[in-house]
Design a protein around this ligand. Structure first.
Ligand code: PAF
Length: 281
């Protein structure tokens, strides 16, 4: 497994692989790898001849500089994990390597980026799209793997790829959960003694699922009232949003029909968490 920091060196490796006709899979990450990342990587290594994992804590997607500073980093541990997964190439650039001093070009998916997460993290998806577009240009993968845990991100990246005719297949992989149901996330290291509170969002999502699938309730206002009630019962949690939306354009759904995405965000004193489930009624 090679670990490279320079864009030119990735290009050299990619050129060789393309000439040999092998397929390339890319798993973009911000490091501090967990089971969720490992499942994306396993999918890539099983579907592609050559797997590239990028590790880059992307400053342009953090609207809060403190959050960027605090974001967990452990590159040594990450590299050891990636060796075990038989990853072919790790791209771990510096900020200076990824963003030239006078860079002034951004990629923005309007509309989809301004709602839900976008409302609470202005500029976040512009940063995500810009860096993912750059990674696609550098690595030129046949397939790229993203988790459904970040459902809005995945939907926005698919839209960007379609709008800009980027020749990559964007694959969405299921959310990986811990035994108690908590979605795997690098930020879980900050939960500390607030485990019970951190699970409130997942409990609300599961209750909504039960109401739709077992009790046949279709009115979203009834479903959301119950879900929000579960979360706000806990002390010290700020419920930022809980919504039921259409899978394609993330617009709110009034009456459940077919597939819907139920997604939300909560803020605990030490960490902000997001989660979602897809329900097929
Ligand atoms: O999901 C993430 O970890 C990041 O948003 C991504 C896709 C690696 C872009 O920085």
């Amino acid at each position: 497994m090679k670990v490279v920091e320079k864009i030119d060196n990735v290009r050299k490796e990619v050129k060789k692989i393309k000439e040999s006709g092998k397929s390339i899979g890319l798993v973009p990450t911000m490091g501090c790898l967990h089971y969720g990342h490992l499942s994306l990587i396993k999918t890539s290594t099983s579907e592609c001849a050559f797997t590239v994992v990028s590790i880059f804590v992307n400053p342009s997607q953090f609207n809060d500089p403190d959050d960027y500073k605090k974001y967990p980093r452990d590159i040594k541990r990450d590299i050891e994990l990636l060796k075990k997964e038989k990853v072919d190439l790790v791209f771990a650039p510096s900020v200076e390597e990824m963003y030239k001093e006078k860079a002034s070009t951004y990629v923005e998916v309007k509309g989809l980026s301004d709602i839900l997460e976008g409302k609470f993290r202005p500029g976040h998806f512009r940063g995500v799209c810009t860096v993912v577009c750059k990674l696609f240009n550098i690595v030129q993968p046949d397939r790229a793997y993203f988790g459904w845990k970040d459902a809005q991100q995945l939907i926005i990246i698919r839209k960007m790829v379609s709008d800009l005719d980027i020749p990559v297949e964007v694959k969405g992989c299921p959310t990986v959960r811990e035994k108690d149901g908590l979605a795997a996330s690098s930020r879980n290291v900050f939960i500390g003694d607030k485990r019970k509170e951190s699970l409130s969002l997942y409990k609300a999502l599961k209750r909504i699922e039960e109401m739709i699938l077992k009790e046949g309730i279709r009115d979203t206002s009834v479903l959301l009232k119950e879900g929000k009630g579960i979360i706000t019962k806990y002390q010290g949690i700020e419920l930022q949003y809980l919504e039921i939306v259409n899978m394609e354009d993330l617009t709110p759904v009034k009456k459940i029909e077919g597939k819907v995405l139920v997604l939300g965000a909560i803020k605990l004193p030490s960490v902000r968490l997001i989660d979602n489930i897809i329900i097929d009624a």
